[in-house]
Design a protein around this ligand. Sequence first.
Ligand code: ATP
Ligand code: MG
Ligand code: MG
Ligand code: MG
Length: 478
Amino acid sequence: MQTHEINTRFTEHFRGRGHTVVPSASLILDDPTLLFVNAGMVQFKPYFLGEAPAPYPRATSIQKCVRTGDIDEVGKTTRHNTFFQMAGNFSFGDYFKEGAMGFAWELLTKSQADGGYGFDPERLWVTVYEKDDEAAQLWQRVAGVPTERIQARDGKDNYWDMGVPGPGGPCSEIYYDRGPKYGREGGPIADEDRYIEIWNLVFMQDIRGEQSPKLGHPPIGTLPTKNIDTGMGVERVACLLQGVENVYETDLVRPVIAKAEELSGRRYGANHEDDVRFRVIADHARSGVMLVGDGVTPGNEARGYVLRRLLRRIIRSTRLLGVQEPVLGEFSKVVRDAMAPSYPELVTEFDRIDSVMRNEEEAFLTTLTAGSKIFDVAVAETKKAGGKQLGGEQAFQLHDTYGFPIDLTLEMASEQGLTVDEQGFRNLMAEQRRRAKEDAKARKTGHGDLSTYRTLLDQHGTTEFIGYTDLQSHSRVL
Ligand code: ATP
Ligand code: MG
Ligand code: MG
Ligand code: MG
């Protein structure tokens, strides 16, 4: 079953059960806690928080999501994209646990001839929050799930809140058993590669206080109206229904792999290292196009930096497959053609998307050509001296003179079996910032030469970026 059909069936299922169909929000919403929209519920937050009355009691959407925190998983696990589509149904004070379970189970297990996905119910497992006995009982009653396939998990895994006092509640997840070929027996708590999580149901029922129930603290109250927030991973369902190995081989992502095969003359499936590169390219190309489509441009901070990092990883991965020519323009077209049926704006916006991609690639190739020579010399010297670590000085020089972001140096070094003295690098960066500030102050007070000040700021202001980890934590606020 093609992705488009999976989405249509989801929408129709919930439309037929009284849900208002709401279009996906942009990946960029005005929400200071989030870099990118990372779940279907984000656009409905005001209703869940009681900041605005919900205009409908039930809604459904297929939301574009980007999770930067999953970037390092991409291509290595079978199930993590940076961009993916989350299909969701939402209840604002209307139906609750029983309704959510029933709707989800019905769509998953109804035969394909009857408009469902046709999953074998015997292969579905569920997890519940360890203190949510009600959920465990309802799964048995509503869906007939036997107790052997219901597993309890603690708050870290199966309690949801927003990281601050406010609404919270237990979650319950539905998993599909891919079989012994994919890993160990024992349900999702034993192996999340074999038992693949497809749907998460959040039962918003509590008010959490200063301390989170995630860590075992009791909630401080009960919400006056209870809400439902669910998210089903469309790519994961596609992977299972299309009988492919992972989410990168599904119908909307795989065409980019094919393009990369064509450009490189190498074959996907021939060796593991190349396969990871093919998957990274395919995943990131899609995220890149979707982000540019929603107005992000490559830059050195926050959103722009994430985009830049995605695009640069595509270019590097393609080079490692032996391709020297510019590639982003090629991949963008393939992504557009695959995604346009669901996102027609990719066609109307394509000239803009294409030119952003090409400009970024041109700039990066210049950087890469110049910096790689210096990098290669540094690696050779380190190895000759019997070292295992690239010096902070060298990483700093690559950054300062050739514009190599530290994560690029780290990645390239690790490909050479070397680590990098990151602390040394950071010390030099801090030192440089301090000097720049003093310089700027001196210039400002001494001569008032604003243009030089401006240049310094432009050069050094951008180095303030505090690392990828910080972006990750932003994206995980929800
Ligand atoms: P996982 O444990 O596999 O990382 P999750 O628990 O972080 O998933 P949720 O936050 O519950 O995911 O999101 C709801 C659903 O969205 C998941 O059940 C899954 O099907 C899908 N999903 C989550 N993250 C990704 C991703 N990076 N790529 C593709 N689908 C995803
Ligand atoms: Mg996750
Ligand atoms: Mg999970
Ligand atoms: Mg989950």
